[in-house]
Design a protein around this ligand. Structure first.
Ligand code: ACO
Length: 315
């Protein structure tokens, strides 16, 4: 019988712009305070791009991931960038990244936009395409410059987001369980951001509606993964949630009856970096040596669309 091929993350990297913007900095622009932002979101600071482009960050994170993976760039047979804030519409960030990294010329490179769920969509597309093509390695990146799409007079949104990139080199490999799920539920009102030159070029959001959606979909996604894999929450070492709001993650931990220390958080440092949020977490955890062989994580994201996605990964 043919053995099922799973997906293993073999190298990660992340990057963020140099400029750090604190809650106090924002309180000089809008009627808010460090105390309000920390209490309601857990965010303490974020990075805003000044000189850096989306591609600069995607490149830095990817170069780091390739180094950690210990493979040659010529081994990569697929490059996917998840973003809703590309430097330009065409060429895609993925093609620009292919060129800057010097990846092979004959491989598929494309962007996907599933907002904050983008990296998880990317992992599942990589698994499917590698399985179909017989390729072994893919580069999956989440990279965002959201600060340019924020209305710095809207205190309901400008305090939440930040810029950054995370990347993972993944390998199609036998013996590493991988299960992913993803979905979407068309919404054109609750969480939107128009084209840069349109009437509504900024992120606009009904925060409470997004909050309600998040606390219902995240446990649902985790339970779906557990049900399909026959695992229990106790079998899982880490739950890697999209970094939008500390209160959302605390609610999920309580609902899943799992200790909060299984839920790594870095939103205090980056804010919500959309598609970059989960790969930045994975890269930080990797740097801290948290992914020793056999560790299992369920990654789960939600975002504009609404979209959602989850994946079981094993190291
Ligand atoms: N500083 C001070 N006061 C504020 C601020 C602020 N930055 N923002 C809102 N307020 C005020 C409101 O005006 C309101 O005042 P009022 O009572 O006088 O009307 C009060 O604070 C409470 O507002 P709520 O919206 O009820 O505050 P809430 O506790 O819901 O927190 C928040 C708002 C942080 C936005 C929360 O709803 C949230 O995190 N939602 C989820 C957002 C999210 O995850 N977005 C990312 C989605 S992913 C993607 O794809 C982009």
């Amino acid at each position: 019988m043919e053995k099922e091929m799973g997906l293993r993350i073999i190298g990660t990297g992340h990057a963020a712009p140099k400029k750090v913007v604190t809650n106090d900095d924002l309180s000089k622009l809008v009627d808010t305070s460090d105390e309000w932002i920390r209490e309601r979101t857990g965010i303490e600071r974020r990075h805003f791009a000044e000189e850096e482009t989306n591609l600069d960050m995607a490149y830095a994170a990817s170069a780091d991931a390739l180094l950690h993976a210990g493979i040659q760039k010529e081994d990569i047979s697929l490059c996917i960038v998840a973003t809703f804030s590309p430097d330009m519409q065409v060429p895609s960030q993925a093609c620009l990244l292919q060129q800057r990294l010097g990846l092979n010329r004959d491989i598929p490179c494309f962007d996907i936009n599933a907002a904050c769920s983008g990296f998880l969509y990317g992992l599942q597309i990589a698994h499917a395409l590698l399985t179909q093509s017989g390729g072994q390695y893919a580069l999956v990146v989440g990279s965002e410059i959201i600060s340019h799409r924020l209305n710095m007079e809207d205190r309901g949104t400008c305090i939440l987001f930040g810029d950054g990139a995370g990347a993972a080199v993944v390998k199609l490999e036998e013996g590493y369980p991988f299960y992913g799920m993803m979905g979407a539920d068309g919404d054109d009102k609750i969480l939107i951001c128009g084209q840069e030159d349109s009437e509504n070029p900024y992120v606009q959001m009904d925060g409470q509606a997004v909050f309600k959606f998040a606390v219902s979909i995240i446990p649902k996604c985790i339970n779906d993964v557990l049900e399909h894999t026959g695992l229990t929450a106790e079998d899982i070492d880490y739950f890697v949630c999209h970094q939008a709001n500390r209160r959302i993650i605390e609610y999920v931990a309580k609902k899943m009856k799992q200790p909060l220390d299984k839920f790594y958080m870095n939103l205090q440092e980056y804010g919500n970096t959309s598609a970059a949020s989960i790969p930045i977490v994975l890269s930080e955890m990797d740097d801290k040596g948290m992914f020793t062989p056999g560790k299992k994580a369920i990654c789960v994201g939600f975002g504009a669309g609404f979209t959602w996605g989850a994946a079981l990964l094993q190291w």
